[in-house]
Design a protein. Structure first.
Length: 235
């Protein structure tokens, strides 16, 4: 690392681009970002032409922790100048009813966290704190940093999807992740599935434009999506 910094001259000139702020969030850069966000969207499934959603739809329930946030690069990082799906959708339809459904917590893996009723705001979620900021206690490490045992969404979120689908209304699932998602039940039972890899701050706008047909989801998967973990090759 030090050798690389020396080769790049960063010790003599650590601030190589002092005017970098001149290039941030300019109309040109945001236009490029918008194009990247929309062109990277992947349509995984669309039964009976569920998508695009008609702007004249009488009622739309917006459900889930990603509805009113934009995840950037990693699931716990968000943009402070984000344009969320909820905000974007409100400009396209006046019949939107947002519902969080479940808190945004990575450690929800137990079926005991399943919602008791559809669209409940009081769903229980297992939380792994990991450690205290002011303590050397390491008792929570195993739970907090254990390897992922599946490529599926959190168990509680899966139960939420089933509850929503069980209402008998057309259901669109939007996966927002940085890796493949293997959810065969969702693929088999919801009406449409789209994939958004962790976006920039215009990610919410991209979702709204894709779902309402302003932009066609023309992206391709950069990696294979196994139907389930059991079909993944063992190397």
């Amino acid at each position: 690392m030090l050798r690389t910094k020396l080769t790049l001259g960063l010790f003599k000139n650590p601030y190589a681009y002092p005017n970098y702020t001149d290039y941030l969030r300019t109309p040109t850069s945001r236009e490029v970002l918008h194009d990247i966000e929309t062109e990277a969207f992947v349509l995984l499934q669309n039964n009976d032409n569920t998508l695009p959603i008609k702007k004249s739809a009488s009622s739309i329930a917006l459900i889930g922790p990603q509805a009113d946030r934009v995840t950037v690069r990693f699931s716990q990082i968000r943009s402070y100048r984000e344009i969320t799906f909820r905000a974007s959708l409100a400009t396209m339809s006046s019949s939107t009813r947002p519902t969080m459904g479940l808190p945004h917590l990575m450690a929800s893996t137990s079926s005991s966290a399943a919602p008791k009723a559809p669209l409940s705001r009081t769903s229980k979620v297992n939380f792994a704190q990991g450690c205290e900021l002011w303590s050397n206690d390491q008792s929570g490490f195993d739970e907090a940093v254990s390897a992922a045992k599946s490529l599926g969404i959190a168990v509680a979120t899966g139960y939420l999807v089933k509850a929503v689908q069980g209402a008998g209304k057309p259901t669109v699932a939007v996966f927002v992740s940085g890796k493949p998602v293997a959810e065969p039940w969702i693929q088999d039972n919801v009406d449409a599935v789209v994939q958004q890899f962790y976006p920039g701050e215009l990610g919410g706008l991209a979702i709204a434009e894709v779902l309402f047909g302003a932009v066609k989801p023309s992206g391709k998967l950069p990696v294979s999506f196994p139907r389930s973990v059991g079909t993944t090759p063992i190397f």
